[in-house]
Ligand binder design. Structure first.
Ligand SMILES: NC(=O)C1=CN([C@@H]2O[C@H](COP(=O)(O)OP(=O)(O)OC[C@H]3O[C@@H](n4cnc5c(N)ncnc54)[C@H](O)[C@@H]3O)[C@@H](O)[C@H]2O)C=CC1
Ligand SMILES: O=C(O)[C@H]1O[C@H](OP(=O)(O)OP(=O)(O)OC[C@H]2O[C@@H](n3ccc(=O)[nH]c3=O)[C@H](O)[C@@H]2O)[C@H](O)[C@@H](O)[C@@H]1O
Length: 453
């Protein structure tokens, strides 16, 4: 088994470190955030990821996983060094690579001269970044230090990170050093999925193309939802109907208020930037991002319409995280929706099972943070479903109805059964779901020429 350093103990770094230590390697996590490292060494996981804190503590107790802020404690003895630092969006739309550059510099300064070190880029980096990392390592390392760079993009999803990392659909490795790529492949030898060996630039591009394609599927179904609303069709059945075609598949066709998270928005934007500086016009990527932005705007307008004007009304918002089973609010739809509700004069009450603390640091003080979903519904004129947490699906709606001032639900994630909710006396509006029959006529455009001629 090998000594491995994980540089960057965030979502990807912690899951990577925990899994590789479980596979028998000795892993050291390095992070510049001393508070984060102190928490980890005290057995506290700084992120909400089902099953992760248990695995980290189990592996720490076994002596297979530990954490430090000191590169010099970790890099010299490690055969493999994974770069898992953040690559947030930069003001110009591309990826902000300063965290990667800083990490590469520190790694270079501490590279062993006793053995060859394989530096593995797991962070999502624009095509060409591997060459930059190699150049920095060469600049910083001692002349006799030997190293290779391998791109190994990560495809895990937050909320199912451990499952995804232990059951990947594929491993992608890019390097000009065949021996290094095969050494990294050996770390995953217990996995049964295909391992794709390619060059660094192609591996980096596979990651961006994967996220862009998934984001496109979501914007596509959200555009279909808009058309369904206009013509009185049900996007949920459209999604099922097209997804039964194996070439399309059923995944990532859930209409709603669009994608958030620390990756789809930034990676689609970063790829758009790469295209635009490479003399390509990324019209599809631009459309994917515009539909996504519009989905959030349309959701607020829908709420405004249902309550007959937001000024002075109380909106109960269920969900702040960008998706269920995470506390991550990076690029979450709620971060656009709530300020817009406030700007239109609404009072806003919010609840989220995991993301309250993260959101409290970002949302305006006027927002009322409630201790549970019922409290957020109390005295509300309308309930806005923003994150598809399971606990919202199974809530006692009869109790909710009694708490609300008026019984209206605008379901941004289509978590409820419209007929059931309407049967309980709620006015219910979903995404791409026909309003009750009498109303769908109202929405059907009176086409100047019959649309069925
Ligand atoms: N979050 C996710 O679901 C996935 C993220 N990715 C990619 O993985 C990368 C990391 O993403 P996250 O884990 O979400 O980021 P994160 O923001 O959760 O964690 C990054 C960590 O790196 C640390 N860091 C920054 N600079 C450092 C340095 N010079 N030395 C040591 N530590 C440093 C930060 O303190 C932070 O703890 C990004 O490129 C992201 O696009 C890829 C797949 C999934
Ligand atoms: O690079 C990354 O960080 C990761 O980004 C996504 O994973 P993640 O963002 O964690 O979560 P997803 O489950 O993909 O959801 C992303 C967003 O799309 C939304 N979504 C997802 C699926 C869907 O059908 N409809 C939809 O609106 C979710 O609500 C969420 O806001 C990809 O799915 C991962 O493969 C990738 O590794």
């Amino acid at each position: 088994m090998s000594n491995i350093t994980i540089v960057g103990c965030g979502y990807v770094g912690l899951v990577t470190g925990a899994v590789l230590s479980k596979l028998g390697n000795n892993v050291i996590g390095v992070d510049i955030d001393s508070e984060r490292i102190a928490k980890l060494n005290a057995g506290i996981c700084p992120i909400y990821e089902p099953g992760l804190v248990e695995l980290i503590n189990e592996q720490s107790r076994n002596g297979k996983l530990r954490f430090t802020t000191k590169y010099e404690e970790a890099i010299p003895d490690s055969r493999f060094v994974f770069i898992c630092v953040n690559t947030p969006p930069s003001p110009h739309g591309g990826a902000d690579m300063r965290f990667v550059r800083n990490a590469a510099r520190e790694i270079g300064r501490n590279l062993s001269v006793q053995h060859k070190t394989i530096v593995i880029n797991k962070s999502t980096m624009p095509p060409g970044s591997g060459d930059m990392v190699e150049a920095i390592l060469s600049e910083e390392a001692q002349p006799e230090a030997e190293f290779a760079v391998v791109a190994n993009p990560e495809f895990l999803r937050e909320g199912s990170a451990l499952h995804d990392m232990l059951n990947p659909d594929r491993i992608v490795l890019g390097s000009k050093d065949q021996e290094a790529a095969e050494a990294v492949a050996s770390l995953y030898s217990s996995f049964t999925c295909p391992i794709l060996l390619t060059n660094i630039r192609t591996a980096e591009m596979i990651k961006y193309a994967a996220n862009a394609f998934l984001a496109m599927k979501i914007s596509f179904i959200n555009e279909m939802a808009q058309i369904c609303e206009a013509i009185g069709a049900d996007v949920r059945q459209v999604s099922t109907g097209i997804g039964l075609d194996k070439r399309i598949g059923t995944y990532f066709l859930q209409a709603g208020i669009g994608f958030g998270g620390s990756c789809f928005p930034k990676d689609a934007q970063a790829l758009e930037y790469v295209a635009s500086i490479s003399d390509c016009y990324p019209r599809i990527l631009k459309a994917v991002l515009e539909v996504n932005r519009e989905s959030r705007r349309k959701f607020v307008t829908k709420i405004d319409k249902v309550v007959g004007g937001l000024y002075g009304k109380t909106v109960g918002v269920w969900g702040l995280a960008f998706k269920a089973n995470t506390d991550d609010i990076r690029e979450a739809p709620a971060l656009d929706i709530i300020p817009e509700l406030l700007s239109r004069g609404a009072n806003v009450k919010v609840y989220d099972p995991a993301a309250m603390e993260n959101a409290r640091r970002i949302l305006p003080e006027r927002v009322s943070f409630c201790e549970n979903a019922y409290a957020a519904a109390e005295n509300a004129h309308v309930l806005a479903i923003v994150t598809d947490w399971e606990q919202f699906r199974s809530i006692d709606l009869i109790k909710v109805k009694k708490l609300m001032t008026t019984s209206k639900i605008v379901d941004g994630r289509n978590i409820f059964d419209p007929e059931l909710v309407r049967g309980l006396g709620f006015e219910y509006v979903g995404i791409g779901i026909p309003c009750c029959p009498s109303e769908s006529e109202r929405y059907l455009p009176q086409a100047s020429v019959p649309i069925w001629h």
